[in-house]
Write a protein that binds this ligand. Structure first.
Ligand code: NAD
Length: 359
């Protein structure tokens, strides 16, 4: 379908209250009260301690504890420790303040306890708009979908992203764009998702360069956060394909950083699927303002100063074959058949940082 035709489709809107705008962080007490939450467990990473302290000050007595142990890919041990902390503090709600790692930790607790989540995202990862959770045990990351982990309320305050470093902003923005690109050729895509995806890519592609040049440009930050929100809805609404499968595999098996991996692999995955998803690629290209989507994605990453080669973010050449094995083992939907030799070419290009080829 690739998102454009009206031959018949299904769309389920997910029930999340979104409060968007510079300064909405100050509305936290009102939003917590509106959910009927009286005992908040506040989650963050050590790096976001000072923003967490501001949130705790705003919440006063209703913030019963701060847990600052959020870690990338939600190791099961940290999920268990945080769940124990939530129970010990008799928390009746979770506040996830940070990027996808912190939201992921809140989701892991919610999965066990059913506690409602209020998310205040500070990156462009989009996890706050999805019912998808991930947990890593013994080096293997498993994911699942459960509406219990979907945040009830999300506060998008671009002021909180002013300190997000340029490199993280670039890769996190490319991560968001990846959700939209795959949403456009998803098996269950639909016209609403296509609109959101195209608008999300456009907002990020147009305004990420300004964020890289002027990280404290609030207007550019607002546009990027808006784009990230739209891309997050896409991720939460439809299934993902080859690109997300590859990044999941590389993240789990080679322990590569999440957003960087997405940023590097995306142009190559788009190139792989371009011939099988022409309408989706037309929309991506239009949103990027270019004629050819895969090359446009590669050039955007280049312009943003994002890493272009997996070998530069910690992947070893000897891991390539195993990554190909893992990515081609279990069947999953992709607009084009997943062929081993071509996946090897794709990963080689991404490994060395070459421009995407035509398949
Ligand atoms: P992250 O949450 O790990 O954050 C990266 C680093 O940036 C952290 O050290 C954090 O403290 C710091 N940081 C975050 N916001 C900041 C800010 N505004 N200013 C300064 N520093 C800031 O990275 P991420 O890319 O947001 O999330 C990645 C994780 O999210 C992965 O584990 C991924 O699997 C998961 N994820 C899940 C979903 C889903 O739907 N379940 C979607 C996207 C990502």
């Amino acid at each position: 379908m690739q998102g454009a035709d009206l031959d018949g489709f299904t769309h389920t809107g997910l029930p999340v209250r979104v409060v968007f705008g510079a300064g909405v962080f100050e509305h936290l007490p009102r939003e917590v009260a509106q959910l009927g939450v009286q005992r908040v467990l506040l989650l963050c990473t050590p790096g976001q301690r000072s923003t967490a302290a501001r949130a705790a000050a705003l919440l006063g007595a209703s913030c019963v504890e701060i847990f600052e142990g959020a870690v990338m890919h939600v190791p099961i041990e940290s999920a268990r420790t945080a769940t124990t902390a939530a129970r010990a503090a008799r928390a009746d709600g979770l506040l996830a303040l940070g990027g996808g790692s912190t939201t992921g930790l809140a989701k892991a607790i919610a999965l066990e306890t059913g506690l409602p989540i209020i998310a205040v995202p500070t990156t462009y990862a989009g996890s706050e708009m999805t019912p998808i959770y991930g947990l890593t045990e013994a080096g293997v990351k498993r994911t699942g979908r459960d509406l219990r982990v979907l945040p009830k309320t999300v506060l998008y305050d671009p002021q909180l992203s002013l300190e997000l470093p340029a490199r993280t902003s670039a890769t996190s923005g490319m991560n968001a764009i990846a959700h939209a690109v795959e949403g456009l050729y998803a098996q269950d895509t639909n016209p609403v998702v296509a609109l959101l995806a195209e608008a999300g890519i456009r907002a990020l592609a147009q305004h990420l360069p300004a964020v890289i040049e002027r990280p404290r440009d609030l207007s550019a930050r607002s546009q990027c956060l808006y784009g990230a929100w739209l891309c997050g809805i896409v991720l939460g609404s439809v299934g993902m394909s080859l690109h997300h499968k590859l990044c999941h595999t590389l993240g789990g098996s080679c322990n590569l950083p999440h957003a960087e991996t997405h940023s590097i692999v995306l142009p190559h995955a788009a190139a792989y699927n371009a011939g099988a998803a022409p309408l989706a690629m037309e929309r991506v290209a239009r949103a990027l303002g270019v004629t050819e989507a895969p090359r446009g994605l590669f050039e955007l990453a280049q312009r943003l100063g994002a890493p272009l080669a997996l070998q530069r973010i910690g992947m070893r050449a000897e891991d390539l074959e195993r990554a190909v094995d893992l990515a081609t083992q279990a069947p999953y939907f992709n607009p084009r058949a997943v062929q081993r030799a071509d996946i090897r070419n794709l990963l080689d290009d991404a490994f060395f940082g070459r421009a995407p080829r035509s398949y």
